[in-house]
Design a protein around this ligand. Structure first.
Ligand code: PGA
Length: 257
């Protein structure tokens, strides 16, 4: 059985002092055995160095929220995968819907970022998901399939073992309105089937598919119990140590059943 992967996407939240407080509280709260569960935090760039120090010797792993596709050069304001590696990141989120919406990132750019992350030794968390309008038009499967195919273009089978796909319906992000476990499971199953067609069933069985969109302590267990939901990408609820810890506990419990 695949372990569960719980990642906290802090977004544009927490300055250095606030980051220190949150990580310290999280470490204190995570004293239970994390069987078959991995925990990742993705603070803003400005807190990564501090986070690396604070999580040393713990099971918490480090991720970034974005990266650029070059190692260095005249790209004002951007951060390279090499820099992220040097600050201790293992993971990087690419193609989050907020990047697509506010910074006009396309599937093509997300694909370039995923490939660059992999050659640079980072494990990409590739986000896909439909808008409310697309769901209401009944084109969710079509939209998600195009996103998955485009974002995974030219990735090898061995790359796929390092990739996490995050299914995040845009209408569920930050709205308090999560997809039901059944709605999420349906799309996760579709994504796994698609990976099976593009690669092989062996690869599809290994790939991690996280759900994201208003995951909270009170809905996490039911979502995580679904056979094709391998974890969660958590926004709002990761900003408080107790709610993030409850979601991690739900992941541990979901693997026990
Ligand atoms: P949310 O965000 O949990 O606040 O809905 C999830 C995400 O954007 O990754």
């Amino acid at each position: 059985m695949r372990p569960k992967v719980i990642a906290g996407n802090w977004k544009l939240n927490k300055d250095v002092g606030e980051s220190e407080k949150l990580i310290t509280e999280l470490k204190a709260a995570l004293k239970f055995p994390l069987e078959k569960t991995r925990v990742i935090i993705c603070p803003p760039f400005t807190s990564l160095a501090l986070a690396r120090k604070l999580i040393e010797g713990t099971v918490i792993e480090l991720g970034a929220q974005n990266m650029y596709i070059e190692d260095e050069g005249a790209f004002t304001g951007e951060i390279s995968p090499k820099m992220l590696r040097s600050v201790g990141c293992t993971y990087v989120i690419v193609g989050h819907s907020e990047r697509r919406q506010f910074f006009k990132e396309t599937n093509e750019l997300v694909n370039k970022k995923a490939k660059k992350a992999l050659v640079s030794g980072l494990l990409p968390i590739i986000c896909v998901g439909e808008t409310l309008e697309e769901r209401e038009k009944n084109i969710t499967d079509q939209i998600v399939s195009v996103q998955v195919k485009s974002c995974l273009k030219d990735l090898s089978s061995s790359d796929m073992e390092k990739v996490i796909i995050a299914y995040e319906p845009v209408w569920a992000i930050g709205t308090g309105k999560n997809a039901t476990p059944q709605q999420a499971q349906e799309v996760h199953q579709l994504i796994r089937k698609l990976v099976g067609q593009l690669y092989s069933w062996v690869v599809a069985e290994k790939v991690f598919i996280q759900y994201g969109g208003s995951v909270k302590p009170d809905n996490a267990l039911e979502l995580l119990k679904q056979p094709d939901i391998d974890g969660a990408l958590v926004g709002g609820a990761c900003l408080k140590a107790d709610s993030f810890t409850s979601i991690i506990e739900a992941a541990v419990r979901s693997s026990q059943n």
